[in-house]
Each structure stands twice: as C-alpha cells, then as structure tokens.
Design a protein around this ligand. Structure first.
Ligand code: ADP
Ligand code: MG
Length: 620
C-alpha cells in the first residue's frame, strides 16, 4: 500500500452496505450465480418441486424467479435471511466438517439483495397460525414488509440485477451466453437431485423439465438425451470412507472435450480435475488419446474429508485422500468397462412417412456418429431368402475372393503368433460366442451371435487388440529374435537424435538397434512375436511410426512401441482370410481383456441386434 493516492489517508472501517457490495462481487458474479444460489437454497429447504423462471428483454436478463415448495420461512426469519452471515444451516465452525446442505455461509441472499431488487414471498410449511410474508429489499435495504396470502414454500424474484454496480452490469456477456451458463449450472443440479422435479422456463417457454424419479438414469436421459443415456453403463465401488456410483459411457460414445464428465461430491457439482483425469485413465486404450467419455460420477465421501469452504461460490472443494479417491474412481471405471458388453449397436433413425421403394438415403450410423448411407439391398441373390439357416455361408459367396496360397500361409503365421497356449482360454469380457459367416472386402468379418444378432468385426483392429494384449502381458512376447541379415536404416539427423533416445526403450521391447553415427543404424533383432518374415522395409516403417508420433505425449515410450508393434504385426485390412482364419481371429478376440476397441480406441466390432434388424426390415 504505497501508492500515491493512498498517502495521507486514514484507516476506517467500511460501512456494512459497502462491505456487502464487495462481498456480493464474489458470490454474485453473473445471473447464473443468482440462479445457482437460489436453487440451492430451495433444495436445502427440502423442496420437492422447484420452478425457475428467467425473463429477458432487449437482449438482457430482466428477472429471475425461483419458486419452491420447501419449508418456507417465518416472518422473523424472512427478514433475518437478508442479514449477512445469517444462516440456519450451521452454528459453529465444527459444523463445517459435517456439512450436508449446499449453503452454509449465509451470504447469498444478503449479497444478491445488495446488488438488485429482491421480492420475497414465503410461508412456513404446515403452519396454520403464521401467515405468509412479503418482503422487498433493494440494494440491501428493506423497503417493505407485509403479511400476505401465499402458498407454502418460498418464491424469490430478483430484478434490476447490478443496478448499483454498473461496471459489473456492463461486464455481462450477451443474452445467449448468460442463458447457456444458466443451462450449464441447472443441468448439473438437475442430475444431482433426481428426486426433485425441476421446471425451467425462459419467457414462459419451457426449456427443461424433469420429473421426480428414483432413477438417476432417467434424469440423465431427460437432460442429455436418450442417445447419451443409451450408451451408459453403471459404475460403483465401495471404500471405507467413500462410495462411488454413477454412469460412464461405452467407448462408442465419446466427445472432443471433457464437458460431459460431471463429478458430484456429496451431491454438490464441483470441479475436481483429479477425478476427471481418473475417469479418462480408467478407459486406458479404449478411447483415442484426444477423446473423452461421458461420465456422471457421484462420490459420497465422509464429510470430514471434504473441505467445501475453499471458494465463495463453492465451485471447488479440497479433498483429503485425493490420490486414494482418484485411484478408486479409476478402478471403478476399469471394472465397469471390463464387466459390460461394449459392442456398439448400430443406430438407425426411424424413417417416418417414407415410401418403401423410394431411394432411401437416410443415414445409418453407429452411435459414435460415423454416418454411412443406407443403401437398400436391391440386386442381391434371389435365393438368399430361401436359403436354410445352416447353409447361410453360401449367401456371401459372390463377395468371397479365394485367398492366395502365399497369403494364407503368412496369415496363418500371424495368427499362430497370437494363439494362446493350450488349455481352454477363459473368456474375460462379456462377448457373446460368434460363428463366422464370412468376410467382406478383405476387411470385415461377419459373424452370427445367439438371438439372431449380426456382428461385424474389423479384422485388423481385432487382431491388433489381440497382439497388443499379448505383447503387453507376456515377457516372452518381447524376446528379441536376431535377424539373419541385420538391416541398415538411414535417417535424417533430426530423426536420428530422437531415435537414439528411444534405443533403450526399444531394446526392452525386443527391438535391438545400434547407432552407427551420422544417421545410420543397424537393426540386429526384432521382437520374436513379429516373426522372421519381416524385412528391413518393415523396420524402417516401424521407426517412421515411432518418429511420427509426438514423443512428448502422455503415453510412455514403451506403450507407444507396444502399440506400433501390434499394429505392424496384425493381419492387415485387405488381407483375404479363410473362414477358418476369421474364426480364429474372433475366438482370440473373445479372450482378450478389452475386446471392444483396438489399442488406439477404434471399435473392433459393431452389432445389429435382432430387434434392430427387424426394425430395419419393418417387421415390427
Ligand atoms: P445459506 O444458504 O448459506 O444459509 P443464504 O443467504 O443463501 O445462506 O440464505 C440464508 C438463510 O435463509 C438460509 O440459511 C435459510 O434459513 C433461509 N432461506 C433462504 N432461502 C430459502 C428458501 N428458499 N426456503 C426456506 N428458507 C430459505
Ligand atoms: Mg444459500
């Protein structure tokens, strides 16, 4: 405090009105914060139905009204509620560590009333003797108080927000941005409290309405849509000090950012980066590095371990045992992904009023949003319909190209590399048994599953997954195998510098490379699992792949090398396979731990359920 303006000034204690306005700046940043505080008060008051009304004129929010059927307030309490630090929720500092309510600082109403015109109408629940109260507070001063007839509960109307703080008023973004923020806040609150019915209106037009339900998934479907809810699987885990519950998306549903990973700690939506990171980690290779799942994680944590008093708006909490909490969330996610059938189902939008026979161009997409035109099956093979079930293999005959002899031998070799040791392998994930029907385009394997399901498998992605798990699981797979003729590769000096650093990591994975200086390297051995058939070009490619990937990415060198080796060694797309070979790929895939995606997170299979097929053929 040595600035010129301050010289010669005397210290004085600020008057309460000024203190309130300063404090208001922290709690009431923008209209959305008003909505958040008032809705949270209504929840704390035990409301079963909460209505939110936003009015706007000329591109700005003109009024916010929150109406609840909660416990209401007596005339005396109604007045006290606007006094700073007046709260019914805690009485001493110890209470801070057993907080179950959303509010406790006693600041919100005082702060809001300091910078707006507030009209409160309230009546205590279940009381026949006390009348309703109507109170008007403007800029922190009570302007009017009278008895009134009112329904039980509380209604708070906030107008002229920031009328006395012009700087903050100017700071507001345009109407749509402010409305979007309100939406964002409400979505989180709606999800955390499925047992409350929320009704949100803008200029009397319904925006989002939830019904009372005991099922969180119903509310998720309402708020984020059925497309999202359909792809969710439950997570849960029990620790002595915490319970994890909620839902995560199957890998087929992913998003560009983590805006749909919502974390609630004791029913309060908060920003906990460590938990968001743990969710993403739980997916491991099931998702590409730059994609995020949807996740709704509810943590019920011993309140002694949660400090909510970190931030005036309580957007953040401080967690003791943060590491243990993160670990538990990651494990819960991992387990859920392992225990569920993650094969994405093909989604075909209903085609309303469309004439059969007219050219059908509506998109069919797997739920990850990859659109493909639906082409009606016109030419086909007429016999198809009459072919008995057992003969179904002949149906794909016209597409079936005979594999060449050398091709078959090398595919056999690759498949042998990933054959598991004898004994009946345990199926670890929930993949149905599949009978291969045929192969299409040298890329896709068609298989029939029980209940008349059709499953399409990407043979390269599938075999990549199989390889990946074997290489990462077994030390033996990483054994180096000397090349009969060592391969020489030449790289630019820049590449050489990166490659030199990777030599030890490569050696661990069974790729033995020696630096000859000035950009030349000698490759002496490759992992045994890649087999001897690989020539120097392949090794050169492998090195290119390694150099291409961003070496500073979050994945370890070893992990990167494992992925590249798997990709390089797997049966390529475009390799024509015999039915028997296809079946071997499918069987091997079934015994992997994460059969549903390749190590880069792309799906290995998609399914057409019997119901879906019936729907597509209008048999329903
Ligand atoms: P806090 O929520 O932190 O206690 P507020 O300023 O938000 O502080 O509210 C002050 C008090 O007013 C609350 O503790 C509560 O007793 C009362 N109150 C506020 N809103 C409502 C409501 N909708 N229904 C009943 N009581 C309310
Ligand atoms: Mg409050």
């Amino acid at each position: 405090m040595t600035s010129k303006q301050n010289e010669g000034q005397k210290i004085r204690i600020l008057d309460p009105a000024t203190v309130n306005q300063i404090a208001a700046g922290e709690v009431v940043e923008r209209p959305a914060s008003v909505v958040k505080e008032l809705v949270e008060n209504a929840i704390d008051a035990g409301a079963r139905t909460i209505r939110i009304d936003i009015s706007s004129v000329q591109g700005g929010i003109s009024a916010i009204r929150i109406t609840d059927d909660g416990c209401g307030m007596s005339p005396a309490d109604a007045e006290l509620a606007f006094v700073p630090h007046a709260t019914s929720k805690i009485s001493a500092i110890d209470d801070l560590f057993k907080i179950r309510t959303l509010g406790f600082r006693g600041e919100a109403l005082a702060s809001i009333a300091a910078v707006a015109k507030v009209t409160l109408v309230t009546k205590p629940r279940g009381s026949t003797t006390v009348a309703g109260t109507r109170l008007i507070v403007i800029g922190g001063e009570i302007k009017d108080k009278r008895e009134t007839g009112a329904p039980e509960g509380t209604s708070i109307l906030v107008e002229e927000l920031f009328f006395n703080t012009p700087a903050r008023k100017k700071f507001q973004k345009n109407l749509n941005t402010e409305l979007a923020r309100i939406h964002g806040i409400l979505e989180g609150i709606f999800l955390a409290y499925p047992e409350i019915s929320f009704r949100f209106y803008h200029n009397n037009r319904e925006q989002l309405v939830t019904d009372r339900t005991s099922q969180k998934i119903d509310t998720i479907a309402r708020v984020f849509g059925n497309d999202c809810a359909r792809e969710l699987i439950p997570v849960s885990s029990d620790l002595p000090f915490m319970q994890v519950s909620g839902f995560i998306s199957r890998p087929a549903y992913s998003r560009k950012d983590h805006d749909r990973i919502l974390v609630a700690v004791n029913d309060r939506y908060v920003n906990v980066p460590s938990v968001i990171a743990a969710v993403k980690e739980g997916y491991g290779t099931l998702l590409p590095r730059d994609r995020f799942p949807a996740a709704f994680i509810f943590l019920a944590i011993d309140t002694r371990l949660v400090d909510v008093n970190v931030h005036p708006t309580k957007k953040e909490v401080r967690l003791s045992k943060e590491k243990e909490i993160g670990d538990a969330v990651r494990e819960a996610v991992l387990l859920a992904l392992k225990e569920n059938d993650l094969i994405p189902e093909v989604v075909v939008p209903r085609q309303e009023n469309r004439e059969l026979g007219a050219s059908v161009t509506g998109p069919a997409a797997i739920s990850s949003g990859v659109a493909e035109p639906v082409v009606p099956y016109k030419t086909g093979i007429p016999e198809a319909a009459t072919v008995p079930k057992t003969d179904i293999k002949t149906v794909i005959a016209p597409e079936f190209i005979e594999p060449t002899h050398t091709g078959t031998v090398s595919t056999d070799h690759r498949l042998r590399q990933t054959e598991l040791p004898s004994g009946v392998p345990k199926v670890t994930a929930v993949v149905p048994p599949m009978e291969v029907i045929g192969q299409v385009g040298g890329i896709y394997i068609l298989a029939a599953a029980p209940d008349g399901e059709l499953i399409i498998i990407d043979q390269h992605a599938a075999h990549e997954r199989i390889f990946y798990e074997q290489v990462s699981r077994s030390m033996a797979a990483r054994h180096a195998q000397e090349l009969i003729v060592p391969a020489i590769i030449h790289r630019s000096l820049k590449d050489a510098a990166i490659l030199r650093e990777l030599i030890p990591a490569l050696a661990q994975e069974g790729v033995i490379i020696e630096d000859f200086g000035s950009g030349s390297f000698l490759v002496r051995a490759v992992p045994a699992i890649m087999g001897k058939i690989e020539g120097p070009e392949m090794i050169d490619d492998l090195v290119s792949d390694l150099l291409k990937n961003d070496p500073t990415g979050p994945v370890s060198d070893r992990e990167r090398i494992t992925r590249i080796i798997s990709c390089r060694s797997a049966v390529k797309a475009g390799t024509v396979c015999t039915l028997e070979q296809c079946q071997r790929i499918v069987d091997q895939l079934r015994v992997t731990e994460s059969p549903f995606t390749c190590p880069h997170g792309r799906p290995t299979m998609v399914r057409f359920s019997r119901t879906k097929l019936d729907e597509m053929f209008k048999r329903t």
